[in-house]
Design a binder for this molecule. Structure first.
Ligand SMILES: CC(C)(COP(=O)(O)OP(=O)(O)OC[C@H]1O[C@@H](n2cnc3c(N)ncnc32)[C@H](O)[C@@H]1OP(=O)(O)O)[C@@H](O)C(=O)NCCC(=O)NCCS
Length: 166
């Protein structure tokens, strides 16, 4: 079974490559290419320093998936974290997404978050099924939330509350 590990600086470049592959699919993520390596390294460094909720799936030394939950900073919304994730196309449907998400959810609750939220394109069936299996509930649909090459897509807003509250 491929390991799921907490964020580490040594994997920053490989994480960027994986993110870039998924971003260039131009379908699932808001970004269509990864930020430059220096920006990613700074971001990863910050994550490590703050013991952020961020995990990588590794095949050897290569990052093949990631998931993270970053909290909001302002006082009244600091109990909320936003989920982002992706698995390299060659590694999907092997359970990595589920394991990455589980690791993030456990750590998010452990760190005191009580609400995890996300937005996902309404035609991203695989992601939505995974989130539903993990207990996420649908909240609303945002119209024209994303635009790729002039075409708009709706996004579902989903949330998971701590202690299984509906
Ligand atoms: C969404 C995403 C992260 C899921 O990752 P994943 O590693 O494929 O997820 P999993 O393998 O854990 O689960 C996905 C499905 O594969 C199934 N699966 C798991 N192992 C399997 C196996 N050995 N054989 C067949 N199917 C399998 C799971 O059961 C699940 O299907 P189900 O929900 O119908 O049960 C991945 O599809 C992805 O990266 N998509 C592009 C980026 C993206 O959409 N990010 C989220 C934006 S909001």
């Amino acid at each position: 079974m491929l390991p799921i590990v907490p964020v580490q600086l040594q994997y920053a470049a490989s994480y960027r490559e994986c993110l870039d592959v998924v971003a260039r699919e131009k379908r699932y993520l808001a970004q269509i290419e990864a930020l430059p390596l220096a920006r990613i390294e700074a971001f990863v460094q910050e994550s490590v320093a703050h013991d952020a909720v961020q995990f990588f799936a590794l095949d050897g030394e290569r990052v093949v998936g990631w998931a993270d939950i970053f909290p909001a900073w302002a006082h009244a919304v600091a109990h909320r974290g936003t989920l982002g994730m992706g698995v390299h196309p060659a590694y999907r449907r092997q359970g990595l997404g589920r394991r990455l998400l589980s690791a993030c959810i456990d750590k998010a609750w452990h760190q005191g978050l009580t609400r995890i939220e996300l937005e996902v394109r309404t035609d991203n069936d695989d992601a939505i099924r995974l989130y539903e299996h993990m207990g996420f509930q649908h909240e609303a649909v945002k119209a024209r939330a994303l635009r790729f090459d002039g075409v708009y897509y709706n996004a579902a807003q989903m949330r998971l509350l701590h202690d299984g509250a509906p």
